[in-house]
Ligand binder design. Sequence first.
Ligand code: ZN
Length: 436
Amino acid sequence: MNAELETWALRGDLLDFTGEPAWGDLQPRALRWRPGHWLLVRGHRIEAVQAEPPGPDWRRVDHSGRLVLPGLIDTHVHAPQLDVLASYGTELLDWLENHTFPAEARYADERVAQQGAERFVQALLRHGTTAALAFSTVHESATHALFDAAHRQGMRFITGKVLMNRHVPAQLQDDVPGAEQACRRLIRRWHGAGRCAYAVTPRFAPTSTDEQLAMAAALLREDPSLYLQSHVAENQSEVQWVRELFPQSRSYLDVYGARGLLHRRTVMAHGIWLDDTDRAQLRDAGATIAHSPTSNLFLGSGLFNWQQAQAAGVSVAVASDVGGGTSLNLLRNLAAAYQIQAMLGQRLTAWSALHAVTRGAAQALDLGHEIGSLEPGATADITVWDWAQDPAVQHRLSLARGLHERVFAWMTLGDERLLRSVVVAGRAVALPGHSG
Ligand SMILES: [Zn+2]
């Protein structure tokens, strides 16, 4: 079948956003709710959305009574860390040393890396994620394998070889000239290839020398269409360590900021321990915080104050941060995000939450024209979900007074087991191991 020529239409309860919902607003104008509508797909793109059924030349796929969302977007996740999900007993720095670095070292083996890449990409899709900004490992060959696996699925996918030339085990250390050459080769091969793009990826400030951070900044200056992803202010011991390593820097964030690493296409994971000056710096750069709720809870890193960041004008997306996070499924991460805000005395609406893994995440990646909405002209990355499967949950949803209550309960109680269909660039993806 030629996907370029195929036309088909999907019916369901369509939910997406036309703007950013205000904090706490249960009935935002930015919410677009179109129950029982038809979404028309031609080739790779969404052509139209309409209430009436399409003509006889459109193949019909009827998901009536199911929820249709844009494909979910994970703005921070580590491909090799599926292998360390749910590792017991550590906080960030010893978690890296005891669990993560040994797992990442195995990716030096090309076969391990290829199989891991395939497993990761399939797992993303099975969890409802059709686009991601992901960390690879330090290895060039493993990064090729990861791009290749995502490219074959036609996914919008951004990744990069991890830069780390100190404070990591010897077999995971790169050096500045070698890393630069590897980055350049990967950029030439993958940045702009299909739906792939390259992210310059210093792991975090402690594992790169000044010279390496300067090299990363030079790559961004040369080509501002490159992404930059890293971690900032996740855990208090880490913040203290950065203070010792970079005594001249005003703050952890400013280690990156002063070196030119914060720009429109920068995504910094976590950002829990920031101050007002940091938030203003992120806002002015147009950079994004990838809030990673299950990771922050699992590693005991801290409670991210989302409302404070949003009030300061900082772009916030929600991410899984697997394997610090405990699930690739972004609904589970949104449920955890609600709980974190509750601990801070705040209430996260389902609208702010879902926006942060669809339109908000797309905008964070500078891809609002392509993904994150059900707008005609956008690429047809779509997910279809049951509202509930369990009879008790079905009953609870039937009692909902209004749309927010229903969607909030769905989001809080749901996970990847509710996923019925995933469409990437107009093509329905087979979900192995998935019933129905
Ligand atoms: Zn991370």
